[in-house]
Design a protein around this ligand. Structure first.
Ligand code: CA2
Length: 146
């Protein structure tokens, strides 16, 4: 089972700024934790981050025939990107939306996700553990459709 983790803008700053909201772990720390758990579950994980919407669209399109599930923290693009939503819908691979913070307890503009309707579900508010929950959900989604 192959799972693609995608991370949107500014998540490269994790661990260095705003630790009260996003925690102390860097994205590299989170990637290492996810890969450790993935090994136990017998799956392969690839991890990418970009500050550019087009990169994320290209990775989503490239996932077709190469990955079983996409786990995505689209960051600010969650709330704005029709392009990401269309790409997720187009590839037809199950996608899981994740967030470090609880987007529903924050500013109103974060309550709306343009990608949620084309994802299987949303995990939000568990800090770095949201990524591990995203991995577990991905494995479960695949086992359910087998
Ligand atoms: O809670 C999440 O994971 C978010 O996707 C994070 C996004 C935010 O726009 C979403 O509403 C919720 C922001 C990512 C920015 O990450 C930073 C990390 C450290 C310092 C500054 C920004």
């Amino acid at each position: 089972m192959k799972i693609l983790f995608l991370n949107g803008p500014n998540l490269n700053l994790l661990g260095r700024r705003e630790p009260k909201i996003y925690g102390h772990k860097t994205l590299k720390d989170i990637e290492a934790t996810v890969k450790k758990r993935a090994k136990q579950l017998g799956c392969i994980v690839d991890f990418h981050q970009s500050n550019h919407e087009g990169d994320l669209v290209n990775w989503i399109q490239g996932a077709q025939d190469n990955y079983d599930v996409i786990v995505i923290n689209a960051a600010a693009y969650t709330h704005t990107s029709v392009a990401l939503r269309d790409a997720i819908a187009a590839v037809g691979i199950p996608a899981i939306e994740i967030h470090l913070s609880n987007v529903h307890s924050r500013e109103e503009f974060r309550h709306r996700s343009l990608i949620a309707p084309v994802c299987c579900g949303q995990i939000s508010g568990f800090g770095a553990f949201s990524y591990v929950l995203g991995l577990e959900a991905a494995v479960n989604v695949i086992e359910c459709i087998k």
